[in-house]
Design a binder for this molecule. Structure first.
Ligand code: FDA
Length: 305
């Protein structure tokens, strides 16, 4: 049943018609508990609240699979505006971006040009930008661009997904860049030709990646809501004497808030990924695929107006 509902929500996540309609209801959902707001300004009070508790943030302007160059350039400007706003406030937040939102599906050159514009401003204001990892068919291009950009700019990181067979090799290939890497399980529907599909195998690979990345000494984010992975990480760093300032736990905004605070209180660095904007549909469907009970967050949002 779990696998069935996962496939169903991942199938819905790619439906353009539903995505279009969802934008019209965006305001209602955006006032909810899993999205920071309809625009970056609405996120600021939520970021301040988290920062007060000692929790850091990374914000993501929702939107992906852009096929119109004008829209890709608008998304780039939105990201730049966000970085500039961060710089003029006292909030502690980084930025996450999806390359398909900046035009990767139009051309790699366009995505590169847009990322360079973003990273110029991010370098000036010392804001780290993490490139999210999308589905497997975009992985090669994403890692290629990440390498090029990381050779030019220090403050850029990316994501490696534990469900992909290729990930251990990818991590090894990136090692010379001393990269900041967020490790995740992986959120898209992938075939067994390229990805583990069994929960136990994904966890096992996740553990290998965590060990490898932490042993390399590079700053690492372990992004998961899974107690099993959190406990594994805690035990591993304890046994290896890896300092708490070499890594952080990351969770999604609105998920496992009690656990987030407990980790912070235990002295771990914690960062929350806070999406914003009206293009929430694909993001939300992937969250439902992971845990159908996440719908209760949205319903709370819809009734909170
Ligand atoms: P998973 O969903 O596998 O759940 C495992 C167990 O954790 C559950 O059985 C339950 O016990 C517990 N649990 C999970 N959610 C819970 C909840 N809400 N409340 C209570 N218990 C819960 N993916 C991607 O492909 N590219 C990316 O760039 C990113 N970026 C990203 C950033 C951040 C900060 C996070 C946290 C995640 C991502 N992801 C991602 C998503 C990631 O790949 C993955 O799909 C989700 O994190 C779900 O996997 P988990 O490891 O969190 O637990």
């Amino acid at each position: 049943m779990d696998a069935l509902s996962r496939d169903f929500f991942l199938f819905l996540s790619k439906n353009r018609g539903l995505n279009f309609m969802a934008k019209r209801w965006g305001k209602s959902l955006a006032t909810g508990n899993i999205i920071g707001g309809i625009d970056f300004e609405s996120c600021i009070p939520h970021i301040e609240q988290l920062n007060k508790k000692g929790i850091q943030v990374t914000v993501d302007h929702l939107g992906e699979f852009v096929m119109d160059e004008t829209v890709a350039r608008e998304r780039t400007q939105e990201c730049i505006r966000t970085i500039q706003t961060i710089a003029t406030n006292t909030i502690q937040t980084q930025v996450s971006v999806k390359l398909t939102s900046l035009g990767l599906d139009i051309s790699q050159d366009l995505a590169r040009e847009n990322m360079q514009k973003i990273l110029e401003v991010a370098s000036k204001h010392q804001v780290l930008v993490t490139i999210d990892m999308e589905n497997e068919s975009r992985c090669e291009a994403t890692l290629e661009l990440f390498r090029e950009l990381k050779e030019q700019y220090d403050l850029v990181g990316t994501v490696i997904q534990a469900y992909l067979y290729r990930s251990e090799e990818d991590l090894a290939q990136l090692d010379d860049l001393s990269p900041f890497i967020r490790l995740v399980k992986g959120a898209y529907k992938e075939s067994a030709q390229v990805a583990h599909t069994e929960k136990a195998d994904i966890r096992e690979n996740f553990k290998q990646l965590i060990k490898r990345q932490l042993n390399s000494g590079h700053y690492t984010a372990v992004a998961t809501h899974d107690d099993y992975m959190v406990d594994f990480t805690k035990e591993y760093v304890r046994s290896q004497g890896i300092p708490k300032d070499q890594f952080e736990f990351q969770m999604l905004y609105g998920m496992r808030t009690k656990t987030q605070q407990e980790l912070k209180d235990e002295g771990y660095n914690v960062r929350i990924y806070m999406p914003y904007g009206d293009d929430w549909y694909g993001y939300f469907m992937r969250r439902l695929a992971e845990k159908p009970s996440n719908i209760s967050f949205a319903l709370k949002g819809l009734t909170k107006k």
